[in-house]
Design a protein around this ligand. Structure first.
Ligand code: DX5
Ligand code: ZN
Length: 241
């Protein structure tokens, strides 16, 4: 399939062969979007050059906040062809996985503490035909990802404690990203490190230097004083320096 001279290999808009496949990805987290105009906010983020849309699913148990479920993922799916990166902050998420895939998720990431069988959960996600991610909280050591590195496409290193957008970046998480990056490189795995929380034009380059390739941002995009376009542009620019 050809779109604007580029070849799509998986039909979701990701995996485009060309310079973008080598570069950093910006994942716009809709948690800070205006939910009265969600489709419009997503369209603006896409036009501004966001690569993925990140959707934070919170259950009020694993994290104190309560947010969205498959219905919202399905609405996002209708608003964009960008990959939908779903971050599950949900206890025992296994029974919900098929519903998120049916709603249009392209990747599902889970926390090791959320259920008793991380390995099985990741196998289930891959078995559903989408990318699998493991998410490490600031208090969770790198070693929690070690045994499952060959079962994941993403390691999401939380740079805040999950639950809310607009929190302060925790710099000590970068050392963990660096450690995991070295394991990925040593084992020659095709796994991306994603960072999430407090990512701004100031912190994104620090995370890139620690080995991150995917940068999740909510408030620095959707609450940027000059608008969504300026928010994405500032992040992109910070990663090109
Ligand atoms: C936090 C979520 C993040 C959040 C990031 O629990 O996982 O994705 O939306 O928000 P900012 O970018 O504002 O820190
Ligand atoms: Zn998130």
């Amino acid at each position: 399939m050809k779109i604007q001279g580029l070849t799509l290999i998986n039909g979701t808009g990701d995996g485009i062969i060309g310079p973008m496949s080598e570069g950093y990805k910006i994942a716009a987290s809709i948690l800070s979007a205006d939910f009265t105009h969600l489709g419009e906010a997503i369209r603006q983020a896409e036009e501004a050059g966001a690569d993925w849309i990140h959707i934070d699913v919170m259950d009020g148990h694993f994290v104190p906040n309560l947010t969205m479920g498959p219905v919202v993922v399905e609405a996002c799916r209708r608003a964009t062809k960008l990959p939908l990166d779903v971050h599950l902050m949900v206890e025992r998420p296994d029974h919900l996985l098929p519903a998120f895939v049916e709603a249009g998720a392209d990747s599902l990431s889970v926390h090791p503490e959320a259920g008793p069988q991380l390995h099985r959960t990741l196998q289930t996600i891959r078995g559903l035909g989408v990318r699998a991610g493991v998410v490490l909280n600031p208090g969770t050591p790198a070693i929690a990802a070690d045994e499952v590195l060959d079962l994941v496409d993403l390691v999401l290193v939380m740079t805040v404690n999950p639950g809310y957008s607009g929190q302060q970046f925790i710099p000590s998480a970068l050392e963990k990203a660096r450690t995991i990056r070295s394991w990925i490189d040593e084992r020659k795995l095709d796994v991306k490190i994603e960072v999430d929380g407090g990512i701004t034009a100031q912190t994104a380059p620090l995370a890139a230097e620690a080995g991150a390739e995917v940068f999740v941002a909510a408030s620095s995009i959707f609450d940027h004083p000059k608008g969504i376009k300026a928010g994405v542009a500032a992040l992109r620019e910070s990663l090109q320096r």
